[in-house]
Design a protein around this ligand. Structure first.
Ligand code: 3H9
Length: 704
């Protein structure tokens, strides 16, 4: 037998048999690998071969990468050609013809990794398999950290990698690392038969890298990793590479939800622009040239800024010269800050400003294609404005309101133009926040919705079309968030602790810091509509009303939950304690103090977000969104829900509907008087029972 590193090629019974040949252990010398891949390519092109078996000469499969290569000083940098991994995936694992490993005696290190890349594995008794790379101070580098956890499960894979101890064939068989163990004389025939079965489809071809069935849920994976990390640090305090190997193996499991979530958000963001009955009925957007913005306050000036920057002519209307000057000054300031931050060129800012005209009358409204009303949230005022708008605009002009709470049909109640009335709900600051919630009523015309979608795209917002209900989609889903957080504080938790736990979960800031940003007067006002709309499932805390009474309105008043210095930096305020104590007294939740004191950061995050998932499920079930993914996009882009958790509905699927239901029920028992707040909705319960994904959506017709 030749001592040269090579592989041999033969076709037997319609199967290409490729034999690793490099005595004594068939180590993966670069020449062996090169020859292996050449022969796999040859097999793929060989019409007489339907499938491939990879085996080893000399009664041995393979002892791994050729260790001599690590010592060869002539090799520059000692690097290993990592395109080998691509070849493992593209030629061996997913190539046009299935591969089976026929293993005798040993499949170690790279040898085991080669076997793992094959679609099935057969061995003779007495075979050992393992990844001993850590004993050489390296990580399994041919995909073992990624494939082994997917084939034998994360816990077993970590233990095999960390201990470097191989396992014997009976255990490998029971773990699924081997598909069969047969006597040596039957090995090749069995492997060939298996390979042909995979080729014909008689048996399902499996791809280790694509498997998820053995991977644990994320929480469990994290617990396994943390345990293994602690153990490794204790046992090998001076070594780094075992920890790196651990992380790499964990990535196979952990990256799964994160990767899945981010890909989900990527596609979800693009799919919000497709709305059934609007974008699939052959309509074309009419193109918006001139926009009127009613109100030059914070929202109105932000909307005007974003629109002018997109090349749209803007007519800004105010009720008196003082307000108009202030509104125009805000637009100038918005543009100047863009230039200062470097996101905007001076010339573009100047051009945008030149597109804005101020007015105190409706005289020019006959020439606009769309009006966005951004006046204060007063029903009668808005109704009066819309009656005026109906009169002064052309019948084709879109009438939009930036209300964040008021039913848009109520806004248009004094008009006969309900079909051209739509909600264009921006988030503050409107020229920066990326989301545009487009609210349609049951009579808003598809053309008006399409034009508003088109306008949203032009001003570079991600539009999400939602149905008309209290709080629409975004605010409605987040009401329970602030309520749950307030419940925790009334139960005895420090608000700053709650904020820290929620920030640790991945939110840009906690609910109380956000309250200060939005303004606690606004929170009180907006919250009222929700309290009235859903009395059966609210928690009414005295906290926000008491803060309002004390003039603690948030950042703008320099004090709210926090106190703020001149640079708008938030600091905890000891003086808050008095208000918190008073609210606790009124809440009647003192019996929950011991429960609250024991909550971990993770518990806190679940306590505030699981009611959010529950409400999101109601929104989906009621057809307020076209598809659950719209809600995911909306929550990521409005409140900064972490994209790597996929949005609230997707997050519910990551943790599992059954787990969410179990927790909600626990809290309903803990908080008897507030049980309605935690009551799981039908949609969530059904998903928990059937195992159906929350993100699968509602079978019934959407309302929007
Ligand atoms: C790897 O695979 C890395 C990859 O993840 C990816 C990298 C990017 N290479 O011990 P023995 C030789 S790292 C070259 O007396 P036993 C050995 O030097 C590799 N040579 O027999 C000796 O040569 P000689 C991971 C190798 O029956 C002869 O074979 N794999 C290799 O008592 C007989 O060896 C490992 O860590 C090799 N990989 O034990 C396995 N392996 O006759 C390391 C053996 O000239 N090997 N040789 O002195 C072993 O643990 C034992 O040798 C083995 C056999 C259990 C296989």
């Amino acid at each position: 037998m030749s001592k040269d590193p090579q592989t041999l090629y033969a076709v037997e019974d319609g199967v290409a048999v490729i034999t690793l040949s490099f005595p004594p252990m068939n180590a993966l010398h670069p020449k062996v690998l090169g020859s292996l891949f050449d022969n796999v390519r040859r097999a793929h092109a060989d019409p007489s071969a339907k499938a491939i078996v990879i085996t080893g000469a000399n009664g041995r499969f393979c002892a791994g990468f050729d260790i001599n290569q690590f010592q060869d000083k002539s090799r520059s940098g000692g690097g290993i050609d990592m395109s080998i991994n691509t070849a493992f995936v593209e030629l061996v694992e997913t190539g046009p013809k299935p591969t089976v490993a026929a293993i005798e005696k040993l499949a170690l290190g790279g040898g085991c990794e080669l076997a793992l890349a094959c679609n099935a594995r057969v061995a003779a008794p007495g075979t050992i398999m393992g990844l001993p790379e850590l004993t050489l101070g390296i990580l399994p580098g041919f995909g073992g950290t990624q494939r082994l956890p997917r084939v034998v499960g994360l816990e077993k894979a970590l233990s095999m990698i960390l201990t470097s101890k191989p396992i014997k064939d009976p255990e490998a068989l029971s773990l699924g690392l081997l598909d069969a163990v047969v006597p040596p004389r039957e090995l090749l025939a069995t492997a060939r038969k298996l390979a042909l079965d995979l080729a014909s489809g008689a048996r399902t071809r499996r791809f280790a890298l694509q498997r998820t069935d053995r991977l644990p849920a994320f929480r469990e994976a994290l617990a396994t990793l943390e345990f293994a990390r602690a153990q490794t640090r204790r046992r090998a305090p001076n070594l780094t590479h075992p920890l790196l190997a651990l992380d790499a193996a964990f990535a196979a499991a952990a990256a799964l939800p994160t990767h899945g979530a981010l890909v989900h958000v990527f596609f979800a963001q693009r799919s919000t622009k497709r709305v059934r009955g609007v974008t699939d009925v052959g309509l074309a957007p009419r193109g918006l040239r001139r926009l009127a913005v009613l109100g030059g306050g914070l929202m109105g000036s932000g909307i005007a800024t974003a629109s002018a920057l997109a090349g749209i002519e803007v007519l800004l209307k105010e009720i008196n010269q003082g307000f108009l000057d202030a509104g125009l000054a805000r637009i100038r300031a918005n543009l100047a800050s863009g230039v200062k931050r470097g996101s905007l060129k001076q010339a573009a800012a100047d051009a945008a400003l030149a597109r804005v005209t101020g007015t105190l009358t409706y005289d020019e409204f006959g020439s606009v294609d769309m009006v966005i009303e951004a006046a204060i949230e007063q029903v009668e005022l808005k109704q009066r404005i819309f009656a005026d708008l109906e009169r002064v605009t052309r019948p084709a002009c879109i009438l939009a309101t930036n209300t964040s709470t008021i039913d848009i049909k109520v806004v248009g109640a004094k008009t006969r133009s309900q079909d051209r009335i739509i909600g264009a709900h921006f988030f503050s600051p409107a020229h920066i926040m990326p989301l545009l919630e487009i609210v349609r009523s049951d009579v808003t015309s598809p053309q008006v919705i399409l034009d508003t979608l088109d306008y949203g795209s032009r001003i570079k917002k991600t539009p999400v079309v939602v149905g008309n209900c209290t709080g629409f989609a975004v605010n409605r889903v987040f009401f329970p968030y602030s309520m749950a957080a307030a419940m925790l504080v009334d139960s005895g938790l420090d608000p700053y602790r709650v904020d820290a736990a929620v920030a640790a979960f991945g939110m840009p800031m906690g609910p109380f810091r956000l309250g200060d940003l939005v303004g606690l007067d606004v929170s009180l006002f907006v919250g009222k509509s929700y309290l009235e709309a859903f009395p059966e499932r609210i928690y009414r805390s005295a906290l926000v009303p008491l803060l309002n009474e004390a003039g603690r309105l948030g950042e703008k008043a320099k004090k709210g939950w926090y106190v703020f210095d001149d640079k708008r930096k938030a600091r905890p305020d000891p003086a808050l304690a008095e208000i918190v104590l008073e609210s606790r007294k009124r809440s009647g939740l003192s019996g929950n103090a011991a429960f609250a004191a024991k909550l971990s950061d993770q518990d806190i995050a679940e306590f505030v977000f699981f009611p959010v998932i529950n409400e999101a499920c109601r929104v989906v079930a009621e057809g307020i969104v076209d598809k659950p993914a719209d809600l995911d996009v909306a929550t990521v882009m409005s409140m900064g829900f972490p994209a790597y958790r996929g949005g609230v509905v997707f997050y519910g699927d990551i943790v599992g509907a059954d787990y969410v239901v179990r927790r909600l029920k626990q809290w309903a028992t803990q908080y008897k008087a507030q049980a309605g707040f935690f009551e799981p909705c039908e949609y969530l319960l059904a998903a928990a029972k059937s195992g159906r994904k929350l993100s699968a959506g509602n079978a019934t017709q959407s309302k929007i």
